[in-house]
Design a protein around this ligand. Structure first.
Ligand code: ZN
Ligand code: ZN
Ligand code: ZN
Length: 370
C-alpha cells in the first residue's frame, strides 16, 4: 500500500482525481498483481483520497485475492459474466471531486475510449505522469531482484560457448539457449537473438535458419523475466574460430567504449552524456575507411525493471540527470550491413558512489573452437 499512498500524494499536483490501472507492469508495480491481459476487465482504481479497489472478473477471483494488494487489505470487487464492469468503475469515480483520470500508459485503446465515453467531463491523462518518477528509481529490493536476474542470464552466457557450433543454425542454437534461460530460473524467455555473420548487422535480428560457419562473429543478446517480475538482458559477442584482424581491432575499440561509458555513470551525469562517452571513443577509430562511430546506429541504453525496455533512455537529447537507484543497459555496438556486427551489453545500477555492473561475464570477444 505504500506505493499507492505515494501515488495518491502525487495526484493533486497533476489535477488527477483517480488513477485507473489495467494489467501490465504498472499493475504489478502498484498492486503486486501479475494479471493476464485478457478481454475481461481487470482494473485497479485509486481515488485521490480514500480506499483503492480492484475490479476483477469472477473467474479470476482467486488470483486477484492472492495479490499483494488484496492480502494487504485492499478491496476486491468481482463481476459476473452479465455485469458491466465499466459501470462499477465509473459509478465510484462519479462520486469523486472534479479532476482528470489518469490511465496507465499501456491501457488498450478500446478501454481508454470506453472510459472517455462514460466519463465525458473528465480529462484523460497518462498515469506515467505520476508513476514515471517512482518507477525510474529502484528500491534496494528492486535492485536485488535485478541482480538476481542478471546472475541468472550470466549463467546462461557461461553455457553459450558449449552451445554454438559451426554447422548449426541460429534457430537450433536459439532453442537450446531458450531452454537454458528457463533452467536458469526465469519464468519466461523474453527474447533470444543469435545473429551470426552478416545477420549481426541487424541489431534486432532474432534467429534464422542461417547455418553458422567457421569465422563468423555471433552476437548473442538474451533476456527473460524472473519470478519476481524483474527482467534480465545481456549481450556478449562470440566468434567461431578466429576473427579477422579488422574485426578484432574494431571490437577492441567497442570494448573500450563500453567500459568507458559504463564507468562514466554517476549521479548527476546526464543520460545523453553516457551515450556521448562511447561515441567519443568510437569516433577516434575507423573501420573500412569510415569512423567506427558511424556504425553505432542506436542509443547506448534503456532502463530495465518490470519491463525489459523502460525509462530512462540513454540517448542524445535526453538531459535527465542520473540518480542512485536508476538501472539501465550500457550497450554500444557496430553494425556493418552485409558484413557483420558486434555488441556488448551490461545492466548497471547508478549508486551514490558511481556505478555497479549487475552483469559480470567477461566482455572480451569470446573465441569458440571451430
Ligand atoms: Zn534492443
Ligand atoms: Zn539486449
Ligand atoms: Zn538491452
Amino acid at each position: 500500500m505504500e506505493i499507492i499512498r505515494r501515488l495518491q500524494a502525487a495526484m493533486p499536483d497533476q489535477g488527477v482525481a483517480a488513477t485507473v490501472i489495467t494489467p501490465g507492469a504498472d499493475l504489478r508495480y502498484v498492486a503486486g498483481y501479475d494479471a493476464k491481459p485478457l478481454e475481461r476487465l481487470t482494473a485497479l482504481v485509486i481515488p485521490i483520497a480514500g480506499e483503492p479497489f480492484l475490479v476483477a472478473p469472477e473467474l479470476e477471483a482467486q488470483e486477484a485475492r492472492a495479490s499483494a494488494f488484496a492480502t494487504g487489505g485492499g478491496e476486491v470487487i468481482t463481476w459476473g459474466e452479465s455485469v458491466d464492469p465499466f459501470a462499477i468503475v465509473t459509478e465510484r469515480i462519479a462520486e469523486l471531486p472534479a479532476g482528470a483520470i489518469a490511465l496507465d500508459d499501456h491501457m488498450w485503446a478500446e478501454r481508454v475510449l470506453r472510459l472517455r465515453e462514460s466519463m465525458p467531463d473528465r480529462e484523460q491523462v497518462p498515469a506515467g505522469l505520476l508513476l514515471r518518477s517512482m518507477r525510474l528509481v529502484k528500491t534496494s529490493q528492486e535492485v536485488a531482484w535485478l541482480q538476481e536476474a542478471a546472475a541468472a542470464i550470466d549463467s546462461v552466457h557461461a553455457q553459450v560457448p558449449n552451445i554454438l557450433r559451426p554447422g548449426m543454425t541460429e534457430a537450433q542454437a536459439g532453442a537450446l539457449i531458450a531452454d537454458a534461460i528457463v533452467k536458469a530460473g526465469h519464468v519466461s524467455v523474453d527474447f533470444v537473438i543469435v545473429a551470426s555473420g552478416p545477420n549481426g548487422a541487424s541489431p534486432h535480428h532474432m534467429v534464422s535458419d542461417r547455418v553458422m560457419q567457421a569465422g563468423d562473429p555471433v552476437v548473442v543478446d538474451i533476456g527473460g523475466t524472473m519470478p519476481s517480475g524483474y527482467c534480465s538482458d545481456c549481450t556478449r559477442t562470440y566468434v567461431l574460430g578466429e576473427p579477422s584482424d579488422e574485426y578484432q581491432a574494431a571490437y577492441d575499440v567497442l570494448l573500450d567504449a563500453q567500459q568507458q561509458a559504463a564507468s562514466f555513470v554517476a549521479p548527476g551525469r546526464t543520460c545523453e552524456s553516457i551515450d556521448g562517452k562511447a561515441r567519443d571513443v568510437m569516433a577516434a577509430a575507423s573501420l573500412q575507411g569510415t569512423p567506427l562511430v558511424d556504425y553505432f546506429i542506436h542509443r547506448i541504453g534503456h532502463g530495465i525493471g518490470l519491463e525489459s525496455h523502460e525509462e530512462p533512455y540513454l540517448v542524445e537529447g535526453n538531459s535527465l540527470a542520473l540518480e542512485p537507484g536508476m538501472t539501465f543497459s550500457v550497450e554500444p555496438g557496430f553494425y556493418v550491413a552485409g558484413n557483420f556486427g558486434a555488441r556488448i551489453e551490461d545492466i548497471v545500477v547508478c549508486t551514490p558512489e558511481g556505478v555497479r555492473s549487475l552483469n559480470n561475464r567477461p566482455r572480451e570477444l569470446i573465441r569458440i573452437p571451430a
